[in-house]
Design a protein around this ligand. Structure first.
Ligand code: ADP
Length: 261
């Protein structure tokens, strides 16, 4: 089946081509091709189990750790093959960061959560440089004002929404180019969700973002383009407005009008 819509971008940051993913004998992704344009927010939507997370996690090689997982096809970041045998995954995951469904701060202080990546990657030689990165990242994640007086308190003591913003600050701290988000609000209340959505809009000025969400409203609010997945296939990719008002494919229409999901 050919994907309808605009899977390709003139200004691609990442290009994925003819991607197949298997877990053992079971194929989870079928021949998916998709670009993510520079500084755009792409939302991936579709019924549970349709392969959104699988595809997202392949984009920074998170699925490498799953033994039964086999991936073929092409994944390029600025033209560079991220599955090249010479590609070290540690710097790759700094360039392509990921934020998960459940906030997962380290059991360390707020400061150390954000400083962790810059320390590992040797991004700051002096304490004052590190302080600057930590403050800047917390500011960009919209958390600085709430935590500036308790940077040495534990990150796990924050509210769920604050923890998720801390995880976003931790991702930002290593200056990623792309941020992947795997249902980043599904464990959060509506107010915390609204804050993360505002943040996504701000972050998209400087970063390229791909977000998996089960919430169509969220996809409609935060993304420029929306990709609709169905049973491991990419059915349609279009401008978000188009997908939600005038989808090209009948499967997309069935999903957005709530006929399954
Ligand atoms: P979605 O994010 O759309 O809910 P997933 O990518 O999580 O979908 O799952 C796609 C398919 O791959 C499902 O059939 C799921 O059961 C299967 N799957 C996902 N992760 C694994 C895994 N670690 N091992 C085996 N099968 C998996």
């Amino acid at each position: 089946m050919k994907t309808v819509g605009t899977a390709f971008s003139d200004n691609a940051k990442m290009t994925m081509r003819n991607v197949d993913v298997f877990y053992g004998d079971k194929q989870a992704i079928h021949d998916v091709s998709l670009d993510i344009g520079k500084n755009e927010v792409v939302a991936m939507i579709g019924p549970s189990g349709c392969g959104k997370s699988t595809f997202l996690r392949c984009i920074n090689r998170m699925n490498d750790t799953i033994e039964s997982c086999r991936i073929s096809g092409e994944f390029r970041l600025e033209g560079q093959d991220i599955y090249d045998p010479n590609q070290d995954v540690v710097p790759l995951r700094a360039r392509v960061g990921i934020v998960f469904q459940k906030p997962n701060p380290f059991p360390k202080s707020i400061y150390d959560n954000v400083a962790y990546g810059p320390r590992v990657h040797g991004l700051a030689s002096r304490r004052s440089d590190l302080d600057e990165i930590v403050e800047g990242s917390l500011r960009k994640a919209g958390l600085w004002e709430e935590v500036k007086d308790r940077l040495m308190s534990s990150g796990t003591g924050l509210s769920g929404g604050q923890q998720q913003r801390l995880c976003i600050a931790r991702t930002i701290a290593v200056s990623p180019e792309v941020i992947l988000m795997d249902e980043p609000c599904s464990a959060l209340d509506p107010i915390a969700t609204a804050k993360i959505e505002e943040l996504i809009a701000e972050l998209s000025q400087n970063y390229t973002i791909a977000i998996v969400t089960h919430s169509m409203q969220q996809a409609a609010r935060v993304s420029n383009r929306t990709a609709y997945f169905h049973m491991g296939k990419l059915i349609e990719v279009n401008d978000t407005k188009r997908v939600f008002t005038n989808p090209e494919h009948e499967l997309t229409e069935a999903y957005i009008t709530g006929r399954f999901g």
